[in-house]
Write a protein that binds this ligand. Structure first.
Ligand code: CKU
Length: 603
């Protein structure tokens, strides 16, 4: 059975053995891991925590910047009671590419660093004893990796990453590793769609199992009362007087799904489900048939020491700060985030624009900045994009929609970030990706991609495919910065006039100014906290002038790590909060604005 991406949960019929903790770890500088059979056990190693990026633990640059294969190893005891069940090993993610060995046998390989994968290990596991798990991970970038980039060689023989994107190429085992034991006949997938009729809601559902026994669903409200029941693998449940999932006012029902043979329970899985609809009409985004205005952030999974590793404490702090600032939404720029983030967004009522890792679709030997300016070769003119990247991108779309489809928080799919849409050669690629997302999503949620500044209205060859136009614009930063700020508004207004003619909703998915926390200057200069505020005031005037703008998500929630260079001061400093999650002055400006803008602003 191919797909067991369901989030790993304990139940009366399911067992989870969590493998997080200290793992053996080794860099493979000379590429000898394969010939020396490290799959059977690492020779020289240190211990390293999982989940985490490996990059920021060590005190030398070679470790931080390391490109190539790294190896991880751990042991797991598998009790006898699990024999007779289906046993899988499941990685929340491994960045970017991974090969997994159990007891020396290769059991799976996976391409891509931001989605879960699993493999069946029944045939190789030893019950009632310890089992060796070895993972070989590669963090190289190419034109056909997502995100895109390239690797160069230095004169000392070391490799170096040249990302075509503006975040550090963190790597390692970033999310939890679990052994998942399920019954031989089990629930493997579950999909819901919501229809509202008056005070009632109908939840259409499809349950996929590995057997023929009957499926039963019981729906519990938040007080633990059973409010509806259904039977069958494909049916609909009517919830009378349904309490809907609303923005910042979430309500989650618990769906308990069972496979039963008469009274015998065969498998059980539960999921919290928010009931809501999402729709675009004209220039508005409707949730539960009510127009909404989005306020919030483009984010990153990024923190000190851990890099891109999942940290529940950091996640909690981020949600508290977002709520404090009056935000109601964020974008998972520039890749699908850890599953716990969507669970929390469901619980808190945040609207999520869920993004794929399709970022850096520009060709450049420099970095993301030169990539998005004056490139000679256009990304989608290259056959590699169509022959190699697109099929892989389509697989990513399948996996991420499958993983995230049931989350109430996921209201918009962002299928690319800032691709080169200045050429006709992008169109067929985009058509196929947009079509696939539509076909796969039973809820038919709106699709978008974050449009780059050089692909203006009239130039962008792919914006007609979007249900919502998402714009990343830096008037007052990359153009017309500093004393020229007066001209920024004019240019921005003119461009928005063109976009508004498309009669589609527009979300500003990026705008921002690098700001060095603590830097103050009167009158302001670029990089000061004072300038970030002036810059934002201009942006807000533009957003308020155009009826079609139905959302604003500032770049970025917090300062984050990037590749070093003349454009970045130990990272991107466009954060409203510092990397340690403390406010810059602009946070108070946003809080005042966002707390005063009603959810139905512009309706
Ligand atoms: C952000 C050229 C614009 C790139 N865009 C994408 C995002 O990943 C960057 O961090 C803008 C920036 O701060 O430049």
């Amino acid at each position: 059975m191919a797909n067991k991406l369901l989030y790993p949960r304990f139940s009366p019929t399911r067992r989870i053995i969590n493998m997080d903790g200290m793992w053996k770890f080794s860099f493979d500088y000379d590429d000898k891991g394969d010939t020396e059979n490290w799959k059977d056990g690492l020779k020289d190693y240190c211990l390293i925590p999982v989940p985490a990026s490996f990059n920021d633990f060590f005190t030398d640059k070679d470790s931080r910047e390391y490109i190539g294969n790294v190896w991880y190893e751990n042991e797991v005891f598998v009790p006898k009671e699990l024999s007779g069940t289906d046993l899988d090993i499941r990685f929340g993610s491994a960045t970017h590419d991974a090969i997994v060995y159990v007891n020396g046998v290769e059991i799976t390989s996976h391409k891509g660093g931001f989605l879960p994968f699993n493999a069946h290990i029944n045939d190789v596991v030893r019950y009632d004893s310890f089992n060796k798990v070895v993972v070989k991970i590669n963090n190289e970038l190419s034109l056909e990796s997502l995100p895109c980039g390239q690797i160069i060689s230095l004169s000392n023989g070391k490799k170096m990453a040249k990302p075509y994107f503006d975040f550090f190429n963190y790597a390692g085992i970033h999310r939890s590793v679990n052994l998942v034991s399920t019954p031989k006949e089990s629930i493997v997938d579950f999909t819901v769609n919501h229809i509202l009729n008056g005070n009632d809601a109908t939840v259409e559902y499809i349950v996929e199992t590995t057997g023929e026994n009957e499926v039963y669903i019981t729906v519990y409200d938040e007080d633990g009362h059973a409010v509806a029941r259904s039977q069958g693998k494909k049916s609909a449940i009517v919830i009378k007087g349904a309490k809907l999932w609303n923005v910042l006012d979430a309500y989650l029902y618990k769906f308990i799904i069972q496979i039963k043979d008469k009274d015998l329970l065969i498998d059980e899985y539960q999921e919290e489900i928010g009931i809501r609809t999402v729709e675009v009409k004209g220039t508005r985004l409707y949730i539960n048939n009510k127009p909404v205005y989005l306020k919030g952030y483009g984010k990153h999974e990024d923190s000190e020491v851990l890099g891109r590793g999942f940290n529940p404490a950091m996640m909690k702090r981020d949600f508290e700060l977002m709520k404090w600032s009056g935000a109601n939404s964020f974008r998972t720029s520039h890749y699908p985030y850890v599953e716990e983030v969507y669970q929390m967004a469901d619980r808190e009522g945040f609207v999520v624009i869920d993004e794929t890792p399709a970022v850096g679709m520009w060709i450049s030997t420099q970095n993301f900045l030169s990539a998005s300016k004056g490139v000679k070769e256009k990304y989608f003119d290259n056959p590699i994009a169509h022959e190699k990247t697109k099929p892989y991108h389509m697989q990513v779309i399948r996996d991420y929609i499958n993983r995230d489809k049931n989350h109430a928080c996921v209201c918009i799919w962002s299928l690319f970030n800032e691709p080169d849409t200045t050429t006709e050669s992008a169109v067929s690629y985009f058509e196929d990706i947009f079509e696939l997302a539509h076909e796969l999503d039973i809820q038919k949620r709106p699709r978008t991609f974050a449009n780059v500044m050089v692909a203006r209205a009239g130039v962008c060859t792919c914006s007609h495919l979007c249900d919502i136009i998402s714009l990343n614009r830096y008037f007052g930063w990359y153009v017309n910065g500093g004393y020229e700020l007066v001209d920024a508004k004019k240019g921005f207004m003119e461009e928005m006039a063109d976009w508004s003619k498309m009669n589609k909703p527009v979300i500003m998915t990026e705008y921002g100014a690098d700001t060095y926390a603590g830097e103050h200057k009167l009158p302001s200069v670029m990089w000061s906290e004072d300038y970030q505020i002036e810059y934002l005031n201009i942006q807000h005037e533009v957003f308020d002038s155009y009826d079609c703008v139905i959302g604003e998500q500032i770049w970025n929630f917090a300062d984050f790590q990037t590749t070093e260079g003349i454009m970045r001061v130990n990272g991107n400093k466009k954060g409203v909060f510092t990397r340690n999650r403390q406010p810059k002055a602009a946070a108070y400006l946003l809080k005042e604005r966002w707390e005063s803008l009603p959810l139905d602003y512009k309706s």
